[in-house]
Design a protein around this ligand. Structure first.
Ligand code: ADP
Ligand code: MG
Length: 243
């Protein structure tokens, strides 16, 4: 078994912008992440972070380049397989939470399991367990409107965990939160990385938060221009001793 979770090489992404016009946004990005690593990607707005995350999360396809996810060659998988791979392997967390507004925290977390055909009782048990884990056990009946930003993000993180994902892809998860709340959400990511061994790719504008992950990659104008170690060497060392 390889110790590499994400192995993307030479990723080029072009978007069609009108008649026969293409805009190249990613110019050959290599991204390798070990199992159990906590990595952050920083870069200015418009540098291509979300475009890269969408490709790593199999929400979009690269124009060119190869991508092996946990040993699976994504280019060779069929469309219906891609959906299953994504659901099994990846939990997504976004800046805007993307919760269903008029439905309780509990039902929001249950929803992906409902789609997957999990039985009601098992759904509820799992959702309750995850809401406890993220510190929302007391607010399972609250609707998103009745929760603060940080609480909504905790619910969204619980929802991202329903399929026991190997990877969490978080696209500016603290971007809409004040710094104290962002800090608390960050602690939750550390806990998930350390206690559950979940590989995390964390996209952020905050150099301060990035600094405390294991490795920081800087994206500028669609290219990785730098890589440095962060203070959480635990994630990296653990990842390295996994094999
Ligand atoms: P970031 O997340 O770093 O702010 P994005 O990946 O969202 O950056 O966007 C990078 C660049 O790609 C931006 O200039 C954006 O306008 C462009 N872009 C993103 N998606 C599309 C698309 N579907 N069509 C055309 N251009 C796009
Ligand atoms: Mg973005």
């Amino acid at each position: 078994m390889s110790d590499i979770m994400i192995d993307a090489r030479g990723i080029i992404k072009r978007f069609n912008i009108g008649k026969e016009n293409e805009l190249e946004i990613l110019h050959g990005v290599d991204l390798k992440v070990r199992k159990g690593e906590f990595v952050s990607v920083v870069g200015q707005s418009g540098s291509g972070k979300s475009t890269l995350m969408n490709i790593i999360g199999i929400l979009d396809k690269p124009t060119k380049g190869s991508y092996i996810l946990d040993g699976i060659d994504i280019a060779k998988a069929k469309d219906n397989q891609l959906c299953a791979i994504r659901n099994q392997k990846i939990g997504f967390v976004f800046q805007t939470y993307n919760l269903i507004p008029r439905t309780s925290a509990l039902k929001n977390v249950e929803l992906p399991m409902l789609y997957a055909g999990v039985k009601a009782r098992e759904r509820k048990e799992k959702a309750m367990e995850l809401l406890e884990l993220v510190g929302m056990g007391e607010r399972t009946d609250h609707k998103p409107d009745e929760l603060s930003g940080g609480q909504k993000q905790r619910v969204a993180i619980a929802r991202a965990l329903v399929n026991d994902p190997a990877i969490i892809l978080a696209d500016e998860p603290t971007g809409a939160l004040d710094s104290a709340t962002g800090r608390a959400v960050m602690d939750l990511f550390h806990k998930l990385n350390e206690e559950k061994g979940i590989t995390i790719v964390f996209i952020t504008h905050s150099n301060e938060l990035a600094e405390e992950t294991g490795r920081i990659l800087t994206l500028r104008d669609g290219m990785i221009i730098g890589e440095r170690q962060g203070t959480n060497q635990n994630s990296y060392v653990k990842a390295a001793s996994n094999f």
